[in-house]
Design a protein around this ligand. Structure first.
Ligand SMILES: *Cc1c(COP(=O)(O)O)cnc(C)c1O
Length: 397
């Protein structure tokens, strides 16, 4: 009898597999070493080189790199002019930062529900949540799959809303011929090590708007400028600069930028491998009774960041938690992305209650993220698939 390891059976794997891992090579090490031996550790030439590379990669007019994806969302919300009394519509199935950026500027996040098949924010639900206070939409390309941007952009246009694409998962994705970075008014990236390309930490905002670009540069660095055209007083001398607004120190170091320039050279390679792994999972799971495969958005040529295993819990004797623990005992360490943002105590204290987004809450009860990263081998992936098969068969009603 093929008993699950958690019940005393033999595990599929002895050594553990984790859900994500960065991939660095000799070129990356060399890129970092070169910066360390150069004159600039920050505010140096690698920053502009990376920004130009991101523009070239996506076709965006401007890129502003910063310390992390959360900072990118914060300065994007500031540039959008969001403040006290405004509302920002986003999804609950995301990392908290997508909603926190509204709180940082005194605005209120409003949660629209997800599409129950693609798991991205549902344009119909966005529409239903628009009030006269709504100012912006932060739509997250969840798992890397582009949102239904044609619909979202039409809604934004009709209602005069700013669109921010939280593309922490979707660098390298192309939506209907348009690379992520050129679709929304502003697009934010994260370069945390679990994401597709990494700088250790790092973030960026991309935009075609000259006006947003100027603001993003200011907010990234204290609201300080050396550009005479932005100053309010006469220059005192060559040392002179002015703080014309209130910003932060959200700068990226040249060490991070050097690493990212090198990482971006591998983006195509990362995308191809991730697509292949996703296709293998999808193929294996479509015939397993007890799991549900995430639906593809046809227009999205996706560079996938996460692979979501969704349990059809009506067909299983166990719940997500028991299945998750059983996977761990088989040597497959999964994760859950994400706990609905408004479940957190901080949001509860702000008046948010369970029940706001039924589709998101139902997904949360059934999902876990499986290992997906560039260096995951076919053999390792086969072990993941074998574990899912073993457990769904064993626990099937
Ligand atoms: C990772 C992530 C962020 C935050 O990025 P950091 O670089 O960790 O600050 C924001 N939104 C989503 C959807 C993310 O996955």
């Amino acid at each position: 009898m093929n008993t699950p390891a958690i019940e005393g059976g033999k595990p599929i794997r002895e050594s553990k597999l984790y859900y994500g891992h960065q991939y660095l090579d000799e070129a990356d090490y060399k890129a970092v070493e070169d910066v360390l031996k150069s004159d600039y550790l920050t505010c140096g030439p690698k920053i502009e080189e990376l920004e130009q590379k991101l523009c070239k990669l996506t076709g965006a007019k401007h890129a502003v790199v910063c310390s992390n994806g959360t900072a990118a969302l914060h300065i994007a919300a500031m540039a959008a002019g969001l403040g006290e009394g405004d509302e920002l519509i986003t999804t609950p199935i995301t990392f908290a930062a997508s909603a926190n950026c509204a709180l940082y500027v005194g605005a209120r996040p409003v949660f629209a529900d997800i599409n129950p098949e693609t798991y991205n924010i549902d344009p119909t639900s966005i529409k239903a949540h628009i009030t006269d206070k709504t100012k912006a939409i932060v739509a997250v390309d969840y798992t890397g799959q582009a949102c239904e941007w044609d619909e979202i952009l039409a809604i934004a246009k009709e209602n005069g809303l700013v669109t921010i694409e939280d593309a922490a998962h979707s660098i390298g994705t192309i939506y209907d011929g348009r690379p992520v970075g050129t679709i929304a008014d502003m697009t934010t990236f994260s370069f945390h090590p679990v994401k597709t390309v990494t700088g250790g930490e790092g973030g960026a905002v991309l935009t075609d708007s000259d006006e947003y670009y100027k603001k993003l540069l200011l907010y990234r660095s204290h609201g300080i400028t050396r550009d005479a055209s932005l100053m309010e007083h006469e220059s005192d001398g060559p040392w002179y600069y002015e703080q014309v607004d209130l910003g932060y120190n959200y700068r990226m170091t040249d060490i991070q930028a050097g690493l990212l320039i090198s990482q971006l050279d591998k983006l195509d390679m990362f995308k191809q491998r991730r697509q292949k792994l996703v296709a293998r999972y999808d193929e294996a799971f479509k015939d397993i009774d007890g799991v549900i495969v995430q639906k593809d958005i046809d227009k999205s040529d996706t560079c996938r960041h996460l692979y979501i295993l969704r349990l059809d819990t009506d067909k299983l004797k166990v719940d997500r938690k028991q299945f998750f623990e059983a996977m761990g005992a088989e040597g497959i360490c999964c994760n859950v992305h994400y706990i609905p943002v408004y479940y957190f105590p901080h949001y509860k204290r702000l008046g948010y209650k369970k029940g706001l987004c039924p589709n998101a809450e139902a997904l949360y009860e059934q999902m876990m993220s499986l290992p997906l990263y560039y260096a995951l081998s076919d053999e390792e992936q086969d072990d993941v698939i074998a574990a899912v098969k073993k457990l769904t068969e064993y626990y099937h009603i």
